[in-house]
Design a protein around this ligand. Structure first.
Ligand code: C5P
Length: 232
């Protein structure tokens, strides 16, 4: 069985950074599942398809070609997203796309299409999968599952700082309200709601620098995959 480590939690908890760092350290593949929902959301916005209309989204998903994955780059690992052959780059990271992604992600027609794409990313030698339902629904047999948390206020501050660095405008209050609304949609949807898997390791990342979180996660990885000690 190809090993998988799942990393779920709300946005802004450091899931992306932790999962990338683990994938690089292990030399495993990395699945940024949120990027798939973001790409579908981008296509919906681009084609003027309402993000809460399952029928129209279903038709769009059949008609449009999507390619989302990750590849090693100098100094790291990065997600790529193509829609009908066009590279979307950072366009899928906008606030508009973040919000739209949490609407499309609540629809069974979208989750069904995304499920198969996610499962295909389980390739040798292993996979680190980042998302909301990686441990509960997509890879329930993963031997190691993490669920990351941090307060909405702390996550909003991190996100606000990122937006400032990118020269994007917006108030901290608006960012916090957006995060709270997205959390609520993710937690309360009928299909694959955001919640920790019963066997998940809970990691509170509030106030912790990334190297600390990575060390904690690595200790858990060594416990579950003792052979990794030879390569560390
Ligand atoms: O992780 P990221 O913030 O990029 O995800 C964007 C949105 O996609 C989330 O707000 C969530 O609604 C949705 N998502 C999901 N299930 C996943 C990954 C992301 O519902 N496994």
């Amino acid at each position: 069985m190809i090993p998988v480590i799942t990393i779920d939690g709300t946005s802004g908890t450091g899931k992306g950074t932790l999962s990338q760092a683990l994938a690089m350290r292990l030399n495993w593949h990395w699945l940024d599942s949120g990027a798939i929902y973001r790409t579908i959301a981008w296509a919906a916005l681009h084609h003027d398809v309402p993000v809460d209309d399952p029928e129209k989204l279903g038709v769009m998903i059949e008609a449009v070609s999507f390619e989302v994955g990750s590849r090693a780059e100098p100094g790291g690992i990065a997600t790529y997203a193509y829609c009908d052959g066009n590279s979307l780059g950072d366009a899928i990271r906008s606030e508009e796309c973040s919000k739209a992604a949490s609407f499309v992600a609540a629809l069974p027609v979208v989750r069904r299409a995304v499920f198969a794409m996610q499962r295909e990313s389980r390739q040798v030698p292993g996979l680190v999968a980042d998302g909301r339902d990686m441990g509960t629904v997509v890879f329930p047999d993963a031997p190691l599952k993490f669920f990351l948390s941090a307060s909405a206020e702390e996550r909003a501050q991190r996100r606000y700082n990122q937006l400032q660095e990118r020269g994007e405008h917006g108030s901290l209050r608006a960012v916090l309200e957006d995060i709270q609304a997205r959390d609520q949609r993710d937690r309360e949807r009928d299909i694959s709601p955001l919640k920790p898997a019963e066997d998940a390791v809970l990691l509170d990342t509030a106030g912790k620098p990334i190297p600390t979180v990575l060390s904690e996660a690595w200790l858990h990885a060594l416990r579950v995959f003792p052979n990794l000690a030879d390569s560390s």
